[in-house]
Design a protein around this ligand. Structure first.
Ligand SMILES: Nc1nc2c(ncn2[C@@H]2O[C@H](COP(=O)(O)OP(=O)(O)OP(=O)(O)O)[C@@H](O)[C@H]2O)c(=O)[nH]1
Length: 381
């Protein structure tokens, strides 16, 4: 089990740059992979030239590895152009490059640097996957160490030019691959993070907003009430105005539910026009019931806002389908108090609801002020 987990981690570690989503044509990844394969091809060609020119130790094995390197990178290039999946080709190229660098190093076994480079290649590559800052530090450190090894192990820069060139080219190739790994990884991580974020935003919006009107819903009501009741930043009052459209059932029954929905949307716009301060919260609490949490300076201002709202709804001049009024009206309940420790959100809701019920009983098209359990006005609590 542990071996399996380790081998999977290793596989991810080596091939992480090659992840792709096959359903999306990813032109950036395609370009990067084309670039890597092209650069790989050129680099192996240069290795070959170095070998053949006798600048570095010549061996049939070395030549074979160089030729293999050219062949693999050419296959990758051609396959990419023929439309092979980018992710698969990236994995293939990445693994082949690592294996070939290792073989090349073994072929030149007398040089410490030549063997070391491919072995340390995955370590900084892993570092590079995390962040650009860590990547830069990791890269700088690795380059410093490698050049220190080159200078010390080959007995001076000018005495073994072949080994130095060989090492430097290996480093360059490795660095190009690390940069590509980082670019691919960061890009794929960024796009999946962006997708996740937009999904999270959509879900957060949908869970707290009413689909029909776009207003806040009952789900977030308790949170808002709790927050507004606890606030200390502002010494204005806490007010909760709840209202319900009168005889909405009759309106729906006569004109149909789609017309009823339209009316709900229009009324929500009217409320938004009136309660338009940044700190106002407007809810559709259910059916044809709405609520507004706002911060009046005093009770008189809260009462004025309640009056204005009911007037604004009637002034929409939507013909009522039943009841004594010519136009659609609404009835409300208002609760007003100073913020601070006090009743729970459900108590606030219940008190305002009771006040609204009294307004309905008294003939509708009006609002009443909430009273607490002791019969006192909500605002004096
Ligand atoms: N069109 C529409 N109607 C809804 C929606 N939600 C609830 N309703 C309707 O709202 C009506 C509410 O009816 P009642 O609770 O009897 O209230 P009312 O007729 O307004 O009576 P009062 O409030 O006493 O004046 C019902 O007919 C519900 O079907 C909705 O999203 N869209």
């Amino acid at each position: 089990m542990e071996y399996w987990a380790r081998s999977v981690a290793w596989k991810n570690f080596i091939t992480s740059g090659g992840r792709s989503t096959p359903e999306e044509p990813d032109y950036l990844r395609l370009s990067i992979m084309n670039m890597i394969a092209g650069a790989g091809c050129v680099a192996f060609l240069l290795f070959l030239v170095l070998d053949l020119s006798g600048l570095v130790g010549w061996s049939a094995f070395r030549i074979t590895v160089n030729l293999l390197g050219i062949a693999v990178t050419l296959v990758v290039l051609i396959a990419l152009r023929a439309g092979a999946p980018i992710g698969v080709m990236a994995k293939l190229a990445h693994l082949a490059m690592f294996a070939l660098l290792l073989l090349l190093a073994l072929a030149r076994g007398e040089s410490v640097i030549a063997i070391t480079i491919p072995l340390i290649y995955p370590a900084p590559a892993y570092l590079l996957l995390d962040s650009v800052a860590r990547a830069s530090i990791g890269t700088a450190l690795m380059l410093l160490c490698l050049y220190a090894i080159i200078l010390t192990s080959s007995g001076g820069f000018f005495e073994n030019t072949g080994a130095v060139l060989d090492g430097a080219m290996s480093i360059t190739l490795a660095m190009a691959f690390q940069a590509a790994v980082m670019a691919l990884y960061l890009r794929s991580r960024q796009s999946s993070m962006a997708r996740l974020k937009s999904l999270r935003d959509i879900l957060a919006f949908q869970s707290t907003h009413d689909q029909l009107t776009g207003l806040l819903n009952r789900y977030i009501f308790d949170d808002v009430i709790g927050r507004e009741m606890r606030r200390r930043s502002d010494d204005r009052l806490f007010a909760f105005l709840m209202f319900d459209i009168d005889h909405f059932k009759g309106y729906n029954d006569t004109l149909g539910h789609p017309e009823g929905d339209e009316l709900l949307k229009r009324i929500s716009k009217t409320v938004q026009g009136l309660f338009n301060r940044a700190e106002d919260h407007i809810f559709r609490l259910g059916g044809e019931e709405f609520g507004i949490v706002f911060r009046p300076r005093d009770r008189a201002e809260a009462a004025l806002m309640a009056d204005r709202l009911l007037e604004a709804i009637e002034s929409m001049e939507v013909p009522a389908q039943c009841g004594p009024h010519r136009y659609i009206t609404a009835s409300g309940g208002l609760l007003c108090r100073t913020p601070g420790p006090g009743p729970e959100p459900e108590t606030i809701y219940r008190l305002a609801d009771q006040a609204m019920y009294r307004a309905k009983q008294a003939g509708r098209a009006r609002w009443m002020e909430a009273e607490d359990e002791n019969g006192k006005i909500g605002g004096t609590v």
